[in-house]
Write a protein that binds this ligand. Sequence first.
Ligand code: GLY
Length: 527
Amino acid sequence: MVVSAHPLASEIGVNILKKGGNAADATIAVQFALAVVYPSAGNIGGGGFFVYRENNGHCSALDFREKAPLMASPDMYLDSNNNVVKDLSLYSHLAVGVPGTVDGMVNIHNKYGQLPWVELVQPAIDLADNGFELTKREADKLNRFNKRNNTNNNISEYYKDHYLEGDSIFLPQLSTTLTQIRDFKRSGFYKGEVAQMLVNEMKINGGMITQEDLDSYHSIWRKPIISYYKDYKVISMSLPSSGGILLTQMLKMAEHYPLRDYGFHSLKSVHVMTEIEKLSFADRAKYLGDPDFYDFPEKSLMDSLYLLKRINKIKMDSALLSSDVHAGELNLKESEETTHFSIVDKYGNASSLTTTLNGSFGSGIVVGGAGFLLNNEMDDFSIQPGYPNMYGLVGGEANSVEPSKRMLSSMTPTILEKDGKLFMVLGTPGGSTIITAVFQTIINVVEYDMDIDQAVNSPRFHHQWYPDEIKMEKGIAKDSNLVLQLKAMGHQLNFVSSMNRVDAVVLKRNKLFGGADKRGDDLVSSY
Ligand code: GLY
């Protein structure tokens, strides 16, 4: 079964599984297909995280996150008065981190691949060559993107001004780039013509990425974060994504409250989960960043006693003000626009992969001649202490810009086991809201006994410490008792039309059940 953000990508993944490929093979094919049919987040010019569980229970995690270029510096987004220059970290050539996706896919194939590499890249080439029809959502998204009027982005060479549902798109330059990747793997992207075009794109437009940056980029196998929630083993992504650590914190704090008795979206459950989210995001801002640069207090942050102390702050009758919440005191020795897919193969291997350009369509810059969009992941750094990134997240020293450093992420590709067996695979896009959406989807299944479709499609809420507000999906009525009571407790509410696209698989009684988020075109494809 494959659950992804685009029907064509899900189909391609299932075709690979039918041919005898495993979940890792399908992962690679879906990632490249999304780079063609889902350009707002699918990519070869971005990065992501991959969590894999083999059928023998062995787990691994791959970090193919982008890196800051070698020439990057902490003050690169500040003017001479030390003020942040608006949009420089978002929509300029300086916004682009060194892409990690192609190296990541090659690394996954080297470790787990069963089918030949060429068979995994070819379906994406065929889509780019033969064209594919736009869904209504994709046409609308491209039209909104075209209205963004940043310059020097080559967009008009690749995408038309206006699209209608059912229009076909052909991407010949992207096909040529994918063909290089098919034929030369890593070297097809980080060396040769494609690399030259990328470096040129940077040189003529004031960007920083050089051939040396491309040569020195490598994705890294990390130890996944493993924790337990009641009878469930939770396997999730480690730093430089904050996802696994924060999800662990949230679940461990939640374990102290009878959420099942409180009931789904009861005042008590929403209040408690909101306060837990606030406490976790305060820790994120102070303590987390790229583990290759500093030692971060991961273990202390996930320590049960520490988390028990943290929840002492929670009052059951009123909301904590964010200004009264701070990162915990540790006893230490010393961009919604991402996409996720979940895959389970007939052998019982499971893949959970979240990938992104950061903002929708990333920096909006297409590499001239090479036809692929570049990320704006540099905005995930804390570009000035306390200055919010595009998701409103604040940070400090731990996540400041440094040459070759990876920016802190919230991506949370996750796998759950029950009684030693695969139970659930899930993840979502949505920047900072990723972690809370994964947290709530797990609670929906485990505590509220929802089937996976209902768990994925129920309305969600989100608190990230700052801004001091609960973002609440409009599916929760503004005049509901829940909302009125939350306000009476002192919670500030901000209603948003929708958050996240959770794509998940659950294994129950030896049967797979898929949950595709109806907020998008997401599709469960299986055989
Ligand atoms: N670009 C969003 C994230 O990595 O969290």
